[in-house]
Design a protein around this ligand. Structure first.
Ligand SMILES: Nc1ncnc2c1ncn2[C@@H]1O[C@H](COP(=O)(O)OP(=O)(O)O)[C@@H](O)[C@H]1O
Ligand SMILES: [Mg+2]
Length: 309
């Protein structure tokens, strides 16, 4: 019998990975059967699937683990490297892996609720800030981890090939590129960042919190809070989003001793880049446009033209 993925998952991975996704899906049953056999797993119902297959599993000795199968080889390599480099008390432990087919066996975090379940936004942000504080380490040399320069190049490519990023204007993309170039050339000390540290990648582990799913990014510490700022926001209303965002930023700046202007500029330019990426993937969502507007307003509220760049 073949594994039945929800249609939404198939649509999602196909829009991002194209041909590669169908190829992956056609081999999936075989991969799953091999995982059961090779790693002694009884695989249970997957977690909410977004871009990869992730499911809890038990072993015959009664231990609980998580099986993660990553569709994209490059993303798998980046996650693997980052898990190894960020190894510490706050990062999920990698128990085994297989490179060719993107398989990872991870320690299972229990109870494993995501930070998104905390209703009080200030409380959740304070937890995230303290997790980040423990996580960030100075960038290793020659580590082959993605760099903030890759983001700059991505914006450059989008700017040069501008034709179909409406309603994001070419002037907005140009500004985001200009800001990113300025920020990248003024990094005082580069850090190894998690690179995707939002609510759904921070899980409750007994009384503490553990980080999963690092993408790895070398850059300034201000970049690390951006993914969090862009996640779990009210669906509508620029005013509501702005109110929550300002409080979040103040907490991060305070706990992590960040430069507020850099946080605002990173968030604004990343919001533009992330929106263009979703346009490329054909998955445009209103919230992305809202965040561009929110950070655009905040940049103009707190940064006087020409003061920083
Ligand atoms: N080690 C783990 N322990 C418990 N739950 C996990 C673990 N790894 C992943 N999960 C659950 O699966 C979800 C998706 O996993 P994640 O690694 O973030 O996948 P993706 O790369 O698709 O975002 C997480 O939000 C979490 O709920
Ligand atoms: Mg994730």
């Amino acid at each position: 019998m073949s594994y039945k993925f929800p249609d939404t998952f198939i649509k999602q991975i196909t829009s991002v990975h194209g041909e590669k996704a169908s190829e992956w899906l056609s081999h999936f049953d075989e991969i799953l059967a091999d995982c059961e056999k090779n790693y002694d797993l009884h695989i249970q119902q997957p977690f909410n699937l977004s871009y990869n297959f992730v499911a809890p599993a038990s072993r015959s000795d009664g231990s609980e683990v998580v099986l993660k199968i990553v569709v994209d080889q490059k993303e798998f390599e980046a996650e693997l490297r980052s898990l190894q480099l960020l190894l510490g008390e706050s990062t999920v432990k990698l128990l085994a892996f297989e490179r060719e087919r993107g398989i990872m066996i991870l320690e299972r975090i229990q109870p494993g609720q995501t930070l998104a379940e905390i209703e009080d936004d200030d409380k959740a942000t304070l937890i995230a800030a303290n997790v980040m504080k423990k996580l960030m380490i100075p960038a290793p040399v020659n580590s082959n981890v993605p760099n903030v320069l890759d983001r700059e190049n991505s914006l450059k490519r989008i700017y040069q090939n501008y034709n179909s990023y409406q309603p994001v204007s070419k002037a907005t993309i140009e500004e985001a590129l200009f800001i990113t170039e300025g920020l990248n050339t003024s990094i005082e000390k580069p850090y190894l960042l998690h690179g995707d540290l939002h609510h759904y990648n921070i899980l409750g582990n007994g009384d503490s919190w553990t980080v999963i799913d690092p993408k790895g990014l070398i850059g300034d510490r201000e970049y690390e809070v951006v993914q969090y700022l862009l996640n779990k926001l009210p669906e509508h209303g620029v005013e509501e989003i702005t109110e929550i965002t300002e409080k979040r930023i103040d907490i991060f700046v305070d706990v992590l001793n960040l430069n507020k202007e850099r946080v605002l500029l990173r968030a604004y330019s990343h919001a533009v880049l992330a929106t263009c990426w979703t346009i490329e993937d054909g998955q445009v969502h209103n919230n992305f446009f809202n965040t561009i507007q929110v950070f655009n307003n905040l940049v103009r509220k707190y940064i006087h033209k020409g003061a920083l760049l």
